[in-house]
Design a protein around this ligand. Structure first.
Ligand code: ADP
Length: 176
């Protein structure tokens, strides 16, 4: 499903964040040290190859809500934007920190002239953020930011599971 806001297309698809060859940047649900791990970070580092971790080393550590940019290495994407989501129940205020992830990633992409970007559902895996609450923050933030973007024209949410896709589609259709 798609929605257009001020010339920016926002869409939700089911899939794997490492298999989005038509977007310039993918977003990593990173850990503070920007190392490989499980979930999204593990999949991205595996697909990108060891050069990604090497490029990340001098940029670490990052704090919740912060975003940094690297090349895509062996990924089909030119860039990876790494952001650290809040751990639900321990990093406060969670919603603000999660909104910062999306806002900072979008602004960084825009500053680099990136036209298309794909996000996973940050913090909803190991970090334990309930998916419906996280989706409201994610989609609300993207809808708020879209009118201010100069370069980004496609924002894609890539959801791993069918239920996560349904939740995101429902919230996007309702306008956040
Ligand atoms: P966090 O530590 O921020 O919670 P995770 O990587 O554990 O990040 O999970 C974030 C979300 O991404 C979860 O909903 C998980 O199911 C999903 N996910 C895991 N692997 C992938 C992938 N390869 N592509 C897209 N989404 C993924």
């Amino acid at each position: 499903m798609k929605r257009e806001v001020d010339g920016v297309t926002i869409e939700c698809v089911r899939g794997d964040i490492t298999r989005q060859p038509d977007v310039e940047a993918i977003v990593n649900a990173a850990n503070a040290r920007l190392t490989t791990g499980g979930g999204v970070a593990g999949a991205i580092h595996r697909a990108a190859g060891p050069g990604l971790e090497e490029e990340c080393r001098p940029l670490a550590p990052i704090s919740p809500g912060e975003a940094v940019i690297t090349g895509g290495h062996d990924l089909p994407n030119a860039h990876v934007i790494h952001t650290l989501g809040p751990v639900y129940g321990s990093d406060h205020p969670e919603a603000e920190l999660l909104a910062n992830c999306y806002r900072n990633a979008l602004r960084l992409a825009d500053e680099h002239g990136i036209t298309s970007i794909a996000f996973p559902a940050i913090s909803t895996g190991v970090f334990g953020y309930p998916v419906e609450m996280a989706a409201r923050v994610a989609i609300g933030t993207v809808l708020d930011e879209a009118p201010g973007l100069q370069n980004v024209r496609l924002i894609r949410f890539v959801l791993f599971g069918e239920q996560d896709l349904e939740v995101h589609e429902r919230i996007l259709a309702a306008g956040g």
